[in-house]
Write a protein that binds this ligand. Structure first.
Ligand SMILES: Cc1cc2nc3c(=O)[nH]c(=O)nc-3n(C[C@H](O)[C@H](O)[C@H](O)COP(=O)(O)OP(=O)(O)OC[C@H]3O[C@@H](n4cnc5c(N)ncnc54)[C@H](O)[C@@H]3O)c2cc1C
Length: 416
């Protein structure tokens, strides 16, 4: 696409991350629809970029068992389509290694997972400490704990490869994928474009102008920055800096842990000891890493674009990395770490703990607020957002009210 391209898109999706790429795939699957997806790819060096995505990693837990029925449904529908997407694109991203919840048998979390499994007809096996050791000889879950094992259609996805698959599928359906950062979205100033139906002009940092009838913002943590939304509108979200510890292990340890599932660990007596753990995954540097992340304990509240940028560049909280690596190695006593390092990422939390998928004006929509859960479910979220932006109104079987955007404070009416 050249800077002077005059084609008019039915839909321009801004943000080529997990939700935006899925929205582009579903929008472009509608016959006769011209779709463009614009957003920067992952930078090789984070110092060279100021905009980042929450998908720069190789492991995200995927499971149908979520205590919240809406998130559970979004996950189930997405998981059902994984293999088909892999076949269509030739990109494998799903590892169905299973999912294990470790906690107290009387604790709320274990109880809610059991109830949820019953509600969704998912078979989970309850393993005592001894049974866990027998099933997973490398795992030591601790006195008085149980493990709930879901072994079907769950495990982990590679968010990088899932994004690549979604974009490939979109491209195969005729979607133009543009690697650029959007500087502004504004009411189209040119009469020729408006006469051709283009209500909005999407201007990029390199000087491109994309003409669109409707625009969907799927820009994650960066939605309130730049001039993407009408002046002074700011979504009511918390931007939480997250830290993960990546523990490098040897090929022989990775081999020994081959059957390790993705896990969530909840200590019964200490709410701060809530961790999620990914089994050995080979990263692009060719090495195997185990990954552990935390619940709310070390979340860093971020406000400005500079704070989000600096967090992404920081490598996370070193104290969190140290403690999490220790917790991980206590669960896997025979593992000898080769090295440990941290990484930083940002989650977008809404006060409702649900997504915001909503129209802001008749031609501008948003899909954001992953709340730390959206990787596994991005395909159905993208489908929901695509259906909405194509029609300019809600068009999904889940109730619209659940996904309505809330603004940070009362705002003037938009002129878009
Ligand atoms: C540490 C961590 C662990 C997680 N673990 C899990 C897990 O185990 N399971 C799970 O399901 N979920 C998990 N998540 C959550 C999941 O990764 C996110 O919910 C998901 O990535 C959100 O998707 P998104 O499309 O909203 O945002 P992103 O994936 O961040 O995509 C937003 C995109 O918008 C682009 N963008 C921003 N501004 C602009 C602009 N001005 N112009 C153009 N493009 C722009 C960015 O470049 C980015 O590509 C985790 C998140 C973190 C941080």
């Amino acid at each position: 696409m050249s800077a002077s391209d005059s084609r008019v898109y039915d839909v321009c999706v801004v943000g080529a991350g997990m939700i935006g790429s899925a929205a582009a795939r579903h929008a472009s699957g509608t016959a006769g629809t011209r779709v463009c997806l614009v957003g920067p790819g992952e930078p090789k060096d984070r110092m060279s970029r100021t905009i980042f995505g929450a998908h720069y990693d190789e492991g995200r837990i995927t499971r149908a068992l979520d205590p919240d029925p809406t998130w559970a449904l979004l996950a189930q529908r997405s998981i059902r389509r994984y293999r088909d997407l892999e076949r269509k694109t030739g990109i494998n991203f799903f590892n169905d290694v299973g999912f294990l919840v470790i906690g107290s048998p009387d604790g709320d979390y274990v109880r809610s997972v059991r109830e949820n499994a019953r509600r969704h007809d998912v078979t989970v096996q309850t393993l005592s400490r001894a049974q866990t050791r027998k099933t997973f000889p490398f795992l030591e879950i601790g006195e008085g704990m149980v493990a709930l094992l879901d072994s079907r259609n769950c495990g982990h996805v590679s968010p990088r490869r899932l994004v690549a698959a979604l974009q490939t599928a979109a491209h195969l359906q005729g979607c133009d994928v543009v690697d650029d950062v959007v500087a502004s979205v504004e009411r189209h100033p040119a009469s020729w474009a408006r006469a051709a139906g283009a209500t909005l002009a999407v201007r990029t940092e390199t000087g491109r102008v994309i003409h669109a009838k409707r625009v969907l913002l799927a820009t994650g943590a960066f939605t309130a920055f730049r001039r993407l939304l009408p002046p002074s509108l700011r979504p009511d979200v918390r931007l939480n800096g997250q830290t993960v510890a990546l523990v490098e292990i040897s090929e022989s340890d990775a081999d020994r842990l081959q059957r390790m599932p993705s896990m969530i660990y909840r200590h019964p007596a200490d709410v701060g000891r809530w961790f999620y753990i990914l089994p050995p995954i080979r990263y692009p540097d060719g090495k195997f890493y185990l990954k552990i992340g935390h619940g709310s304990r070390w979340e860093a509240l971020l406000h400005t674009e500079e704070e989000v940028r600096d967090w992404y560049r920081s490598g996370g909280n070193p104290e969190a990395v140290r403690v999490m690596a220790e917790e991980l190695l206590a669960l896997l006593p025979g593992v000898k770490p080769v090295s440990v390092h941290g990484d930083a990422c940002v989650t977008v939390k809404t006060p409702t703990e649900q997504l915001y998928v909503d129209m802001v004006t008749p031609s501008l929509g948003v899909a954001l607020g992953g709340n730390g859960y959206a990787a596994k479910s991005c395909d159905e979220i993208g489908r929901m957002a695509a259906k909405m932006i194509l029609k300019g109104r809600w068009d999904h079987d889940l109730p619209r009210d659940q996904f309505g955007i809330r603004w940070a404070e009362s705002q003037p009416k938009s002129k878009l």
